[in-house]
Design a protein around this ligand. Structure first.
Ligand code: F6R
Length: 614
């Protein structure tokens, strides 16, 4: 959480920083600030609000005659300390020599603060960040050397941090440090930059240095130097990120989320074509597992958070349905650590994270690695921490996702996971040629079917408008549709702020049905398969309690209309692949409900795109 941008070069630093912050605003947006070196002095501007308001205030502020050539900026998602101007970053040390901003949580902040306050240092904010700022100033005063003050600081603070710092008496430098929170650094054309998210740097270069755990960087106009937390210099290779900066642009769309929903057929085509041929899986180049590894595996664990966890649940169902000799489960990352996950050679764990920076998923992967479990990662961001830390890392090819609510990355993950499951089972000798051809053929047909659903947007929009005054929603489904109910409900919660629950349909009678009345809408997922009749019984039970019913059903199933107030139709698919298609109308429904209610769709309240704290 929180977006960071730093720049040192010959151009106007404030424009570069404001642009970079605007691109990373989805990471946190309760307050924002920047500090610019204006001649001899460093001037800070901070606000409670969005980057657009910061921009206005910066334009109105007197920053002197010449354009600043270095500076640092921050957009905040509050953890310690309320949302106030004083708590917004950057923070300044009491001696005025250090201006610092931070993403993460400093766990021993209270202890540091108590010690420094006992020495007479007066704190002005309630943040954990200020303790790092005041401590660094003290360490620098004591030793007079930046690198050694930085190494001492990093050794003294616990928790997660990406720190970016200006020293008043070192005009040609910006210093950074990273442990736990992401930070990317780049040098291009007489300028050095840093940011939390690579998309903020793509206007300048695609050659990026992803800072590792325990690294310090010194940025100047001439280049970037790297050191370990022990102060020793480090050689670092840049990584070329293929993303295009226009991919992170809204184009003619009103919201990134809507654009990203539309991108799904293309994203799926890339993903499927990269890993399959017409009738079979082909991951030999991308998945580097010893050929007989899968034969010795008895447990497979899919581990992720939020929407990525629902993708994990889809993959878990698929694998279990095709191989009854494996013990397969899906876990949320934050709970994985409390489980007896097994040890060693017979376990394979697959970690899924769009950002590759989710703190809980990173911790889960580290625990699995430390127990000798075989690990695979799926992430959407090349160079992200998960991508670098897990040897066998696969990229979902969704391109940058900016809307806070995940859409195209979910379908990209589900597609890639489905192909991975087929590949793993094939290596294990547990995939029949018939199932392989059937499912690959089915996958290849999904993009066109998604397109068909997208072309029915107006019908879904009309339903969203009709039901947007519901007091809440229940999503119900069975088997492969259960993860979809969870995802449909989560989308509505996060962007429309409406109470929405998800249930395996059979569970309704065990309690939740008590809540139903004419203002609570039930969205029932009833594709035309072997579970249709059972689902319709559950739907009838809800209808008998006066709940309005929307069905998600299969094209041509006209008979289903009599069970519902309204029906959204989608093309038929292989039953295991239905989540890839069924999620699209649910995304559109949530989007249009949120739009009808006037919500801030791309930056919903209280959320941030990348959850880098546990
Ligand atoms: C919901 C959403 C979140 C993320 C979750 C995990 O729309 O975006 O639930 O799925 O925070 O994020 P990643 O996939 O980056 O680990």
């Amino acid at each position: 959480m929180c977006g960071i941008m730093g720049y040192i070069g010959k151009n106007d630093a404030k424009q570069v920083i404001l642009n970079g912050l605007a691109k990373q605003e989805y990471r946190g947006y309760d307050s924002a600030g920047l500090a610019l070196r204006c001649g001899e002095s460093i001037k800070s501007v901070k606000i409670v609000g969005r980057v657009s308001e910061l921009k206005k205030l910066v334009e109105e502020s007197d920053l002197g005659e010449t354009a600043p050539v270095s500076g640092i900026g921050h957009t905040r998602w509050a953890t310690h300390g309320g949302v106030t101007v004083t708590n917004a970053h950057p923070h300044e040390s009491v001696d005025g020599n250090i201006v610092l901003l931070h993403n993460g949580i400093i766990e021993n902040a209270r202890e540091i603060r108590d010690k420094l306050e006992a020495e007479g240092i007066v704190f002005i904010s309630d943040t954990d960040t200020e303790s790092a700022c005041q401590l660094l100033a003290r360490l620098y005063r004591d030793c007079g050397d930046v690198l050694s003050a930085m190494t001492k600081l990093c050794a003294s603070i616990t928790g997660a941090f990406a720190l970016v710092i200006l020293f008043r008496d070192r005009p040609g430098e910006i210093w950074c440090a990273r442990r736990g929170s992401p930070l990317v650094v780049a040098h291009s054309d007489g300028a050095s930059l840093c940011a939390s998210d690579p998309t903020a740097l793509l206007d300048y270069t695609h050659d990026l240095f992803f800072m590792e755990e325990g690294e310090i960087a010194r940025l100047t106009e001439d280049g970037c130097g790297f050191f370990g937390f022990d102060g020793e210099p480090r050689e670092k290779q840049s990584i070329f990120l293929q993303w295009d900066s226009v991919m992170a642009d809204k184009g003619h769309y009103e919201h990134f989320m809507r654009k990203e929903i539309d991108e799904q057929p293309d994203v799926l085509r890339f993903t499927i074509e990269a890993h399959t041929d017409i009738t079979s899986v082909d991951m030999e180049k991308t998945l580097k597992l010893p050929p007989d590894l899968m034969r010795g595996i008895s447990r497979v664990q899919f581990v992720a958070c939020g929407t990525s966890y629902y993708a994990a649940a889809v993959a878990c169902n698929l694998m279990e349905s095709l191989d009854d000799t494996l013990n397969v489960r899906a876990d949320v990352s934050s709970e994985y650590r409390y489980r007896n996950i097994g040890r060693g050679d017979d376990t394979l764990a697959i970690f899924i994270s769009q950002s590759g920076e989710t703190a809980d998923t990173l911790s889960a992967a580290r625990i699995a690695k430390s127990k000798g479990v075989h690990c695979i990662a799926i992430t959407n961001v090349r160079g992200s921490t998960l991508d670098r830390e897990v040897d066998n890392s696969l990229l979902s090819l969704a391109g940058p996702e900016i809307g806070v609510a995940a859409t195209k990355t979910f379908t990209a993950q589900v597609a890639l996971l489905s192909i991975l499951v087929l590949q793993l089972l094939k290596l294990r000798g547990a995939l029949s040629a018939t199932d392989e051809a059937r499912l690959i053929g089915g996958l290849r047909s999904i993009p066109a079917k998604q397109q068909a659903v997208l072309s029915r947007e107006n019908d879904i929009k009309a339903l969203a408008e009709k039901y947007s005054d519901s007091k809440g929603f229940f999503f119900i489904g069975r088997r492969e549709s259960v993860p979809l109910t969870l995802e449909g409900a989560l989308k509505l919660k996060e962007i429309a702020y409406l109470p929405s629950e998800a249930y395996a349909a059979g569970e309704m009678k065990h309690g939740p049905i008590a809540m139903l009345d004419e203002k609570l809408t039930v969205v029932a997922i009833v594709p035309q398969n072997d579970l249709r009749e059972k689902m319709l019984s559950n739907v009838a039970e809800c209808r008998a309690r006066n709940a309005p019913i929307i069905l998600l059903a299969t094209d041509g199933d006209e008979g289903i209309k009599s069970f519902a107030n309204d029906v959204i139709f989608a093309p038929a698919t292989e039953k295991e692949l239905f989540p890839l298609l069924g999620v699209v109308p649910l995304q559109l429904f949530a989007y249009h409900v949120a739009k009808t209610l006037g919500r801030d769709i791309d930056m919903p309240r209280n959320l941030a795109k990348s959850v880098t704290v546990e």
